[in-house]
Design a protein around this ligand. Sequence first.
Ligand SMILES: [Zn+2]
Length: 219
Amino acid sequence: MKQPELQVNTIFSVPFGENCYVARLEGRNDCLVVDPGLEPHKIIEFLDEQGLVPAAILNTHGHLDHIAGNATLKQRWPDCPLVIGSGEAAKLTDARANLSTMVDMAVVSPPADITVEDGETYSAAGLDLTVLLVPGHSRGHVAYLVEDHDPPVVFVGDLIMAGSIGRTDFPDGDGRQLVESIHSKLFTLPDETLLLSGHGSRTTVGQEKRSNPFVGLQR
Ligand SMILES: [Zn+2]
């Protein structure tokens, strides 16, 4: 039997140039919303237009540009669980820790409904997501891997971008850990694995292995 198609749409938020992803299996009306940013009305508009209901809101990490839309989405869909890595959950409700005070904003999110751990599988909207703890940009940063799909897909947040890497100069950032996270958790996946980043365009494991100037393997 043919697997239902996984569709992933990008909702781009202009401030901070952040990508929110809406992922769903063809033929279903529930979906995942990954990292709703500062323009949640665009996300709601898209979901309404497509007749979609979020089964989970997933955050890769607790920085303001990835969590700013949580409150508006939870207001509209109060029963939809908000999911984040356990090491990152405290940032949701702390404007200093989520870096919003740094840019003179005061973004806070509702608290997490569910916290996830490294290696755990979280399932929603018909998708099984493997949680990968990938510290470096932020200590409790997680990536969500949809392994059971051809090609596999990973929501990588601010760990890696096409031709670049996430910043590591924040209070709990760590450059060495970031490289280690990419090499041990992403570069061990098949080359065709699709990487969906918090900023910038889509890329693949193979492309970044070959050509990323910061963490590529061919020099
Ligand atoms: Zn970030």
